[in-house]
Design a protein around this ligand. Structure first.
Ligand code: ATP
Ligand code: MG
Ligand code: MG
Ligand code: MG
Length: 439
């Protein structure tokens, strides 16, 4: 992409309404624009990162054997009356009446809708196990939308639902989700710690929230510092292997790690004092096993091997896709701007031409642009007639992992400058070597 043809409405001033750094940088970098309280337009740069995050979610769900689909955002209230949640959900649910006076709502989550799909189409245990998911917009009329996309009213969420014959099978599905989420967050450059959470209105003992530690997080968390040494890494995993998935769950959840809702001072005090931590965290996902709560209420049954009809065991599993942009920036930035992890960056490399219009510099930039593109990388070429200082400031703000700076002086010696956004270190190299370093 050439910056002269792109749409990157960078702000010079720091927007006064933004209280935390991720919100400030997302506004300043021209990633989002507030449309109304808690509702955002995703400008091209923000949209690109949002899609990168969504793609990682899809890839990891596919690896786990989960099946993508798409449900509507507007739902009929009927299903929610069946489950009993229409009255329970309260004011966070945006209720809508259509022209025929039918009660509708903008979905805050989809347990009812997916259970309806299931009961209409599945009647035998032979079709199980089944895990369906979507990445779709949700609406919750949050009492205090704030921190930009972190607590929006409209937000993008991956929500997945497993259907199993037995509790044991459903717990394997739970473990599969835990493993796939660990991989998902790590690919985004994040450490998200599974913490024992509260079932809330959904209920049940089996639920973990995934938290990214950050001072600006809204959750209070307590954990054994050993947990931060755990890494999933690139180990091989067979998602059908029950013992293997169970072992990962045990490895990642055996140490003390709880949100304030489940925190237990007495148990926490058994952790050696020097390892006890209390901190703040951002909830970027949650997994649940809730048994037959919805299947019983809504008649989602299958015929078991013995011919008897039984309600299916279910769980639901969510990732806050749009919140993740904020969480990643909170975890990875400096005073100049965002520092994107390689896995989610909107462009792989910035090219800064120090002297636009200089035949040699222009030609060298074009050649670098072509080489990077041919390697399957996406460069952002700042080909505007601007001062070098302004170009550098923009590149630092939008946080691409690499910058190649091209100017007549370097070219005389056959070199360009390669700068790492994360370390800030620069090196002079022949263009081919700079390209090889990035690829
Ligand atoms: P929170 O405790 O932050 O209100 P939640 O527990 O109500 O979140 P879930 O129902 O578990 O949310 O939804 C799954 C994920 O969706 C959350 O882990 C979070 O990452 C994301 N999410 C929830 N509410 C919002 C919101 N208002 N804005 C952005 N993302 C959200
Ligand atoms: Mg909530
Ligand atoms: Mg929560
Ligand atoms: Mg939650």
């Amino acid at each position: 992409m050439r910056l002269s043809r792109y749409f990157l409405p960078v702000l010079k001033e720091t927007p006064a309404e933004a209280q935390i750094v991720s919100h400030r940088y997302m506004l300043r970098a021209g990633m989002i624009k507030q449309a109304s309280a808690g509702i955002y337009t995703w400008l091209p740069l923000g949209f690109k990162v949002l899609k990168n995050i969504e793609n990682i979610v899809h890839e990891e769900q596919a690896r786990a054997g989960h099946i993508p689909m798409l449900m509507p955002t507007i739902q009929s209230a009927e299903l929610w009356k069946e489950s009993g949640r229409y009255d329970d959900y309260g004011q966070e649910m945006l209720r809508i009446t259509d022209r025929h006076d039918r009660d509708m709502l903008y979905g805050p989550t989809n347990e009812e809708q997916i259970t309806d799909v299931f009961r209409s189409n599945v009647s035998s245990y032979k079709d199980l196990p089944l895990t369906l998911y979507q990445v779709q917009w949700k609406f919750r009329d949050e009492i205090r939308p704030r921190f930009g996309v972190m607590r929006g009213r409209e937000f993008f969420m991956k929500d997945g639902y497993n259907f199993d014959l037995t509790k044991e099978d459903a717990l394997h599905a739970y473990n599969r989700h835990l493993v796939s989420y660990l991989r998902t967050y790590e690919r985004m450059g994040l450490q998200a710690i599974p913490m024992r959470a509260d079932g809330g209105p959904i209920g049940g003992d089996y639920t973990h929230e995934f938290l990214v530690l950050a001072e600006t997080g809204e959750s209070e968390v307590f954990y054994d510092s050993q947990i931060t040494d755990l890494k999933f890494g690139d180990r091989e995993i067979d998602y059908d292997n029950v013992e293997q998935c169970q072992a990962v769950l045990e490895e990642f959840t055996s140490r003390y790690a709880r949100t304030d809702e489940t925190h237990d001072e007495a148990i926490f005090n058994e952790v050696p004092e020097e390892r006890r931590r209390s901190a703040r965290g951002i909830e970027v996902g949650q997994i649940f096993y809730f048994g037959t709560k919805y299947s019983e209420a809504m008649g989602a049954t299958v015929q078991g091997p013995d011919g008897a009809k039984v309600p299916v065991h279910m769980g639901s599993h969510g990732i806050g896709v749009s919140r993740l942009l904020g969480a990643i920036i909170e975890a990875s930035h400096d005073d100049k701007g965002i520092i994107w992890p390689e896995g989610v960056t909107p462009f792989h490399c910035g090219i800064v031409n120090l002297k636009q219009g200089d035949a040699e510099a222009d030609e060298a930039c074009e050649a670098i642009y072509k080489s990077l593109t041919a390697l399957g990388l996406e460069p952002l070429y700042d080909d505007r007639n601007e001062r070098a200082g302004g170009k550098f400031a923009t590149m630092d703000l939008i946080g691409l992992p690499w910058r190649i700076t091209v100017g007549p002086r370097g070219l005389k010696n056959g070199v360009v400058e390669l700068t790492s956004r994360r370390t800030g270190e620069s090196e002079e190299l022949p263009p081919e070597q700079a390209i090889a370093r990035i690829a």
